[in-house]
Design a protein around this ligand. Sequence first.
Ligand SMILES: Cc1ncc(COP(=O)(O)O)c(C=O)c1O
Length: 383
Amino acid sequence: MAASWIWLNGSLVRGDLPHLSVADRGFQLGDGVFETLAVHRGVAIQLQEHLARLRASGAAMDLHLPFSDDQLSAGIGLVVATLAGPGRDAPPLADAARGGLAPTDRGTGDPGDPATADPATATADPATTDPVAAEPDPVPDTAVRITVSRGASPGRGLLPPVGMAATVVIQAWPAAEPTELVRRGVRAVFSPIRHDPRSPLAGVKTTSRADHVWARLDAARRGADDAIFLTTDGELAESTQANVWIARGNRLLTPPLAAGILAGTTRRWLLTAAAALGLEAEEVPLQPEDLFTANEAFLSSSVAGILPLTAVDGRAIGDGRPGAIALALRAARRRWIQAEVAGTVPSGSVGDGTEPGASAAKDRRPAPEGAAPTPEGRPGGGR
Ligand SMILES: Cc1ncc(COP(=O)(O)O)c(C=O)c1O
């Protein structure tokens, strides 16, 4: 279940009440961009990369993000803290609400909104308003989504009026281990929807996801877990929510960004991390048939991690069971995340890819004043 609190334009507000205008262009037109990332024990994994990608997606749509990285990081910390249960080190709601950050260049959420977290109300009746009271898990693994829409526009039409104020929302959910998919592997179908790598929106993470939703519905109707998009040229692209890889011997192959795919943060980590695991990772154009001549295949994404891909369109990949390399990479990624969370990266392993071998702890920045501490006492959202 989602956290009962969300971060909306700088304020922590109750998630079960309406906050957005029906005129919001995110609702009307899918005019927005988003990111989904993993938070482990209060540390947001590859946060800077996700925020950079969010800004790049926004730039592609001429959509300015009116909050700094520090503000978004603190916002993530606040929402994640509301998911944690008793026994942890997070602040009561009153502190969390104080940590709600003022935006840099626009108004905050409506102060008259009764749903906006108010320290006075929160402390007056903690049984009903303290978001940390009821959750049993001290620090669950969390999936966090940052959504930025262009905001509300009273008029009709596709061209947005100038000077619109974006709507920025941060939500969090406990992220359960995808045990079943790890055990048996993902079974996918090829989607009949093709992605055009020459589109200016190729690889841009917009909220206009109708093709992805359709592909998942189609996959479900066909008894599959996911769908894989090919490009308009018939090459392998990506799945609806992950990058695609094959393994041949000790070589890991994934389509290049020129295939119009999302520049996945986990994909980039793998491209860097593979060497430390004795594997060679390369970006090469792949044909759908390559899946079936590979030793194994797998998917990579932030929240689900690395998942074996064992069949497409009912045809087995490899021996049809999760491959040893995919499972080893999944475990390696998990170890790397744990090291990130502990603030150390073991020697010989990689950092976040920008600086191979560097400890990600190096660029953890102090929390903005008022930000919620994590259970480790680090800034909300970590890095
Ligand atoms: C279409 C698509 N490709 C790839 C990915 C993987 O990206 P990341 O590893 O940054 O989660 C995602 C994740 O959201 C996605 O939606």
